[in-house]
Write a protein that binds this ligand. Structure first.
Ligand code: QAP
Ligand code: CO
Length: 171
């Protein structure tokens, strides 16, 4: 297994629209294992393929306390949503920043699992928010897009600066 490099805002590659997955094979399952390793190591509760520069519709999630409830969604599609909920969100691609975002409170999502089997899931609370956040990534969207331009620009400038400093240190 291998840890994958996570792209940081404002990297333009995070704006790529991911395409549907057509072949679910062992190579893909190895990549999914790498995504889980990357998410758990971070640690994070969700990771979209877009964030590791793989532009196909695949996300991994684990919102459980004990980090023992992995969920893989391939070609996810929200078929129903209702209610409104505000939650403080973060993102592995926007390290160190957390802001309130409004999303649907209840969702139904259909997807394929890592074996290519179709399933449907209803979710609320943190899981519902996380699924919506990760599907946004597959469409090139980030939680900072829901903030005011002022807040988003502050975050952008700070991240460019800290990532430059980190790159300098690595030399
Ligand atoms: C998306 O985000 C999410 O800034 C997943 O320094 C987050 O796993 C959905 C993380 C909150 C709903 C609510 C963020 C780790 C992890 C950071 C994450 C950081 C280290 C974010
Ligand atoms: Co994110």
């Amino acid at each position: 297994m291998a840890k994958l490099e996570i792209l940081h805002f404002p990297d333009k590659r995070l704006r790529t629209k991911a395409v549907d997955i057509v072949t679910i094979d062992d190579a893909l399952r190895l990549f999914i294992a790498d995504m889980y390793e990357t998410m758990y190591d971070a640690p994070g509760i969700g990771l979209a393929a877009t964030q590791v520069n793989f532009h196909k519709r695949l996300i991994v999630i684990d919102v459980s306390e004990d980090k023992d409830d992995p969920l893989c969604l391939i070609n996810p599609a929200i078929t129903h949503k209702d209610g409104v909920e505000t939650m403080q969100e973060g993102c592995l691609s926007v390290p160190g920043f957390y802001e309130n975002v409004e999303r649907a409170e209840h969702i139904t999502v259909k997807a394929l699992n890592q074996h290519g089997e179709a399933f449907e899931l209803t979710a609320e609370g943190l899981l519902a928010v996380c699924i919506q956040h990760e599907i946004d990534h597959l469409d090139g969207k980030l939680f900072v897009d829901y903030l005011s331009p002022l807040k988003r620009n502050r975050i952008r400038k700070k991240l460019i600066r800290t990532d430059k400093e980190l790159a300098q240190q690595a030399k």
